[in-house]
Design a protein. Sequence first.
Length: 64
Amino acid sequence: MSEFTKEELCEAKRAIESTIRKCEKVLPKLREGTSQHTLLVRRIKAFQIAVELINAELENQSPY
């Protein structure tokens, strides 16, 4: 991921975290066991993984 600047990674992280919060607000409104609920749970998990990968990349980037 080193082809992305620190600013691009930070902006992507901010956008993903915003999407996670929105998804988490909707989740209680969906009935467990429905395809919509399952999809949203998986989507939240995927976004959380993306945030962790961005964090790892930000930590590994050279300060120069």
